[in-house]
Write a protein that binds this ligand. Structure first.
Ligand SMILES: O=C(O)CCC(=O)C(=O)O
Length: 263
């Protein structure tokens, strides 16, 4: 569970860094298990894993146990339950971002958009955020490596940043923006933030790849962002606790499969 100070800082800034959240051995296993998927072609599938975008490999939990272990990892489960509301969770997106030189993510989101799905909410000493992002570094991320950027406090902003004169979903390059900070991490550190904070990432200028795992947690009634469904094999492998976060409710269907019967 977060401490009183962490609650205060999360409320104030909209993000926390959890140092050494995942052990070196586990990070090594995640990287090893991920390696064969990094060469997947854009749009390609490997079992239920999908290269959806140039830098993003989605449905990553299907890769195996090392990724399954992250679902309810003890380093952050208490934080997620506290900040997304403790009446049940759902992961609506799970992917890895593998970025080489030149890659960046433009600054987007911000509380001025007033989106319900990504909202920051606190009431009666309970956080009820719509989406908590858990971003785990699989490589060290220092200056020039394309670190994640956030504008602390922008999860409560009413106005769009004056550097951006439109209100489209991508509001501009994160670098050089007054108020934005770059988060540097060691492999195994985790950054946790409410999705309505304005965020993106700096351009990678160094050789090699930056690798991060991103799991987006929300309340149990959420829906997969891109419509992915867990495979039967994954559901069978998962512990009951993990299955509840991946599929909070088992689908309820008419066993006769008729769509023409009405009361
Ligand atoms: O890759 C990053 O550092 C930022 C990720 C991000 O902006 C997002 O997932 O919305």
């Amino acid at each position: 569970m977060p401490t009183e100070l962490e609650d205060y800082l999360f409320d104030l800034r909209g993000y926390l860094v959890l140092e050494k959240a995942v052990s070196t051995d586990h990070v090594h296993q995640l990287n090893t298990d991920l390696d064969p998927y990094v060469s997947m072609k854009l749009g390609g599938w490997c079992q239920n894993v999908h290269r959806l975008k140039e830098h993003e490999i989605h449905n990553i939990i299907e890769i195996g146990e090392s990724f399954e272990r992250l679902i309810d990892h003890p380093s952050w489960l208490g934080y997620i339950n506290r900040y997304a509301g403790s009446d049940g969770l759902f992961i609506d997106e799970a992917f890895v971002n593998v970025r080489g030189e030149g890659g960046e993510t433009r600054l987007h989101s911000g509380a001025h958009k007033r989106r319900v799905r990504t909202q920051f909410r606190f009431h009666n000493n309970e956080f009820r955020c719509g989406q908590i992002v858990l971003l785990l570094a699989l490589t060290d991320i220092a200056s020039g490596d394309g670190g994640t950027m956030v504008i602390p406090g922008s999860h409560k902003s009413n106005l769009v940043h004056p550097a951006f004169n439109d209100d489209s979903s991508q509001i501009g390059s994160a670098e050089g923006i007054e108020g934005a900070i770059e988060v540097h991490m060691k492999a195994g550190d985790a950054l946790l933030f409410v999705d309505c904070i304005a965020h993106g990432s700096a351009k990678r200028r160094n050789d090699g790849d930056r690798r991060v795992v991103i799991y987006r947690y929300g309340p149990h009634w959420g829906h997969s962002r891109y419509g992915y469904e867990p495979s039967a094999a994954l559901l069978k492998r998962l512990t009951q606790e993990r299955r509840k976060i991946i599929q909070p409710l088992a689908p309820r269907r008419n066993s006769s499969h008729s769509i023409y019967q009405f009361n």
